[in-house]
Design a protein around this ligand. Structure first.
Ligand SMILES: Nc1nc2c(ncn2[C@@H]2O[C@H](COP(=O)(O)OP(=O)(O)OP(=O)(O)O)[C@@H](O)[C@H]2O)c(=O)[nH]1
Ligand SMILES: [Mg+2]
Length: 505
């Protein structure tokens, strides 16, 4: 035990010291030639595991490989795993026996000479190899996302692909993984590059017209072609923007709020959906006051569920705040699950549908709530057959009510039907990552695309007044598109994009 604690302490002291050194080094050398440094990091996850992967990238990678595997050993065949003893270059102590891989640049992830050590995933082995690498000249620990940053600078990935890679690492559901893989494969980048190429062509024609039209060297109708091309392009970009944020929603999760009167069974529904007692359930009306959140996977789609305080007038100031928060959540949510106690509903048998409308209006004041909502009629176990039939009949007759289902959080009856209704609703709110064009997945993309559309409007506004000013609009549109893929102004955007990357990626 003592020994393990000692190893962990040694590893963290070493890492802290190495990170301090690397920060100082970078403060001195903050320019683009920081890529002449060789970086290393543990690329697999932290903690004990069967195999850990330590990655190196930069000009001293071959030296590092040789230093740890013995100078007499030849470099491994490129991209082929070789079993080697790993020896500390100074103490000559054996650190582990593991696989080494050699990726000579430019055919590597970063485009630079790179290597990987696949070692046993114990803390002492990992810290031993990291310390051995840190003791070599010109090697330093990598910053968060630095391998990917180098890949971007080497032109291996554009910014949308970098974002796709980041999303893939964070993907928690199947649909998120599909969308991230598609973006990482370059689908979105290709779409934006195609638009850029068409814009570049238009700009070239407009500039040629400005320069040569007086000499009558230009064909007639060039500007008409430009006009036609820009208007088609604008239509395509606007269509791409009219996505109701589906791609962004799939990336960050669908916000689903559970709302309704006190004691309807909202917290019971939350617990049922997340399969754990996330919220307190009790027969006391007004049990939940704060918003209780839980992330769940609904049919491969990420959902952030929020259970809220039951809506009622109250003199209790804490509960009043809870009700205010509940209403705020309802307004922000993509989908509301309006929970109703069906056994209470039946007391007003003649007016079931009217009573449901009233409860809905209580949760979703006109024009304020989310456009989409599902009615969850809970506590069906308390209904007689006849009552059950009465409610189903009322739902059938009133086509203006949202989609509804009758269920019991106690007996689980009706839960499967509810889940498929919920999955349908969530799926409609998200992009389908397998069909259609690629979706924009970040607010950043949207902002640059809107900038692009505005710049194209400048072309239309000035084309008959001042062609040079109109051409400037096309140039601005191109810049806006270039910012999405990182072709333009990358440095200022890079820090934002790489913020979520971890060390070793
Ligand atoms: N019979 C029956 N009782 C249920 C069902 N679902 C919930 N209950 C009970 O109803 C009571 C209230 O449930 P909660 O889940 O706390 O209701 P809530 O809507 O969160 O209540 P507040 O937080 O007070 O607004 C508890 O006693 C639950 O056990 C159900 O399907 N059938
Ligand atoms: Mg509750």
């Amino acid at each position: 035990m003592h020994c393990v604690i000692g190893e962990v302490a040694r590893a963290s002291t070493f890492l802290a010291r190495a990170l301090r050194c690397s920060t100082i080094k970078r403060a001195i050398n903050n320019g683009p030639d920081s890529t002449s440094e060789t970086i290393f990091a543990l690329s697999s996850g932290q903690g004990k595991c069967g195999v850990a992967v330590i990655r190196i990238s930069g000009p001293a990678s071959a030296l590092a490989l040789r230093s740890l595997t013995g100078p007499r050993q030849s470099l491994p065949t490129p991209r082929k795993a070789m079993l080697r003893d790993l020896i500390h270059p100074h103490s000559k102590e054996m650190l582990d026996r593991g696989l080494v891989l050699w990726f000579p640049g430019p055919h590597s992830f970063t485009g630079e000479d790179s290597a990987e050590f696949h070692v046993h995933g114990g803390p002492a082995v990992i810290s031993g190899v990291l310390e051995a690498l840190g003791s070599l000249p010109n090697l330093r620990p990598a910053d968060a996302g630095e391998f990917t940053r180098r890949a971007f600078h080497a032109g291996k990935l554009d910014l949308t692909e970098v974002e796709g890679l980041g999303d893939l690492i964070h993907a928690e559901t199947e649909a998120q993984r599909r969308q991230a893989l598609r973006q990482m494969a370059g689908d979105l980048g290709r779409l934006y590059r195609d638009w850029s190429q068409r814009l570049t062509q238009c700009l070239a024609h407009v500039e040629a017209f400005i320069d040569f039209s007086e000499d009558e060297l230009m064909e007639h109708g060039v500007l008409n072609q430009v006009e036609e091309c820009l208007s088609v392009l604008r239509g395509e970009i606007e269509e791409h923007l009219r996505d109701e944020r589906k791609g962004e929603r799939l990336r960050s999760g669908v916000q689903v709020v559970i709302a309704g009167a006190t004691n309807a069974g909202k917290s019971s529904l939350l617990n049922l959906l997340c399969q754990r007692p996330a919220a307190i359930v009790s027969p006391v009306a007004g049990t939940t006051r704060d918003v209780v959140e839980s992330c769940v996977d609904i049919g491969g789609f990420p959902v952030l569920l929020s259970d809220t305080a039951g809506l009622r007038d109250t003199l209790d100031s804490v509960e009043r705040e809870g009700v205010r928060r509940a209403r705020e959540r309802v307004q922000q949510a993509d989908l509301a699950l309006v929970v109703v106690d069906s056994s209470q509903l039946f007391q007003d048998a003649l007016h079931i549908a009217a009573a449901l409308s009233t409860q809905l209006a209580e949760v979703l004041p006109a024009g304020e709530g989310p456009a989409r909502c599902l009615l969850v009629l809970n506590k069906s176990d308390l209904l007689s057959e006849e009552q059950h039939r009465g409610i189903m009949g009322a739902l059938r007759e009133r086509g203006d009510l949202p989609r509804a289902c009758l269920l019991s959080c106690h007996t689980n009856s009706g839960v499967n039907d509810f889940l498929s209704l919920l999955k349908d609703a969530v799926q409609t709110l998200c992009a389908d990552p397998l069909t259609g064009g690629p979706s924009l997945t970040q607010a950043r993309h949207r902002a640059h695309l809107l900038e692009c559309v505005r710049a194209l409007a400048q072309y239309r506004q000035y084309r008959d007044l001042d062609l040079a000013l109109a051409a400037e609009g096309v140039r601005l549109a191109l810049t806006a598109l270039g910012r999405i893929t990182g072709r333009v102004g990358a440095e200022e955007i890079l820090d934002i994009v790489f913020r979520d990357f971890c060390i070793g990626k």
